[in-house]
Design a protein around this ligand. Structure first.
Ligand code: KG4
Ligand code: ZN
Length: 320
């Protein structure tokens, strides 16, 4: 079964190709160069860049995978959530491919895909707890099986990655700031500044980051940004405190056998370490490799594979 996954929900044009659970190609055209001068994603520029790049990317993926277009059995494309104009490019392109080769198309939830990329590894033990930590979302999922995801917590305001990016912009770091904050934090003392841990006395699985963002901005306004490494390390520690606390609460409320992570912030090694510290020894933790944490097409193909296998339905122009 050869599956192509198309991802254009935000600022990365990603196309991935898998044969059953094996990755044959994973190509992402990043738009960092376009949006970095604005310090954030500009939706109109994002959709235009997707449109300019998607054709070529598709050709490269087909060449690298050493297949013919006709060999594709299924097409998967992210259709929500995301920037409407950007999603439209991927969905239109995928529909065109489906029409051309007369194969079914599956419309995929971006957050489910971030977690489903872990399914390519091995047989996961369910039920599982999923945590997506990305630029646009911070959400917990109770995952009953490969195709049943229930959102059990989400951010009430800013997403975690968005907070990294906004604080980074305030500190004068490049966009997206996540990796730069992680680098700066390595040189700093995480106990030097005490920022408030959001929702410290709540047992909810929802998140909140805007208070922490304001606390850091207020700190910098008062004391200046002489010591960026200490600010970054202390911020990262507070995020680590929050996420590890929330995971502990989730594990008390839900009886799960494994934990799956996904989303760009999961690339962060410090946060990975903090998360590992609170996972019980008898529980398996799945962390995708860096290229599969960040937005990509393989994760969309992975979700498509399992949807087709377990709840096959036909839409688009396919015959099966
Ligand atoms: O999953 P993703 O590629 O896109 C969305 O679905 O949002 O995540 C992008 C986010 C950005 O906010 C970026 O700053 C953050 O992931 N990020 C990181 C790191 N690498 C990327 N955040 C913290 N530490 C990192 N090393
Ligand atoms: Zn994403």
């Amino acid at each position: 079964m050869i599956i192509i996954g198309i991802e254009t929900s935000c600022d990365e044009t990603g196309i991935g190709l898998i044969k059953d659970k094996t990755v044959l190609a994973n190509i992402v055209a990043s738009q960092e160069d376009i949006h970095s001068i604005y310090g954030g994603v500009v939706p109109e520029l994002a959709s235009r860049a997707h449109l300019q790049r998607i054709d070529n990317l598709f050709k490269i993926v087909i060449e690298r995978s050493k297949i013919r277009i006709e060999d594709i059995d299924l097409i998967g494309v992210t259709n929500h959530p995301g920037l409407k104009g950007s999603l439209l490019v991927g969905v239109s392109f995928a529909s065109g491919v489906s029409y051309r080769i007369k194969k079914p198309i599956y419309f995929i939830n971006h957050l489910h895909a971030h977690l489903a990329v872990n399914f390519l590894n091995e047989d996961i033990e369910f039920p599982a707890l999923g945590l997506v930590i990305s630029g646009g979302h911070t959400s917990f999922f109770y995952i009953e099986n490969y195709v049943s995801f229930k959102e059990i917590g989400r951010t009430l305001d800013d997403a975690c990655g968005e907070t990294f990016d906004k604080i980074g912009r305030f500190l004068g770091l490049p966009f997206p700031a996540g990796p730069y904050i992680e680098k700066q934090a390595e040189k700093g003392d995480e106990r030097s500044i005490k920022f408030p841990i959001p929702m410290l006395y709540s047992n909810s699985l929802d998140f909140s980051f805007s208070g922490l963002k304001t606390a850091i901005i207020n700190y910098v306004k008062k004391y200046g940004k002489e010591n960026i490494p200490d600010i970054c390390a202390s911020f990262q520690k507070t995020v680590g405190d929050l996420i590890s606390r929330k995971i502990k609460i989730a594990l008390k409320q839900y009886n799960v056998k494994s934990i799956l992570l996904g989303g760009g912030v999961v690339v962060n090694k410090y946060l990975q370490k903090r998360i590992k510290e609170v996972i019980p020894d008898n529980m398996k933790l799945y962390i995708p490799e860096k290229n599969l944490c960040l937005d990509n097409g393989v994760m969309v193909a992975a979700m498509t594979y399992f949807l087709h296998k377990l709840t096959p339905y036909r839409t688009g122009f396919g015959e099966t």
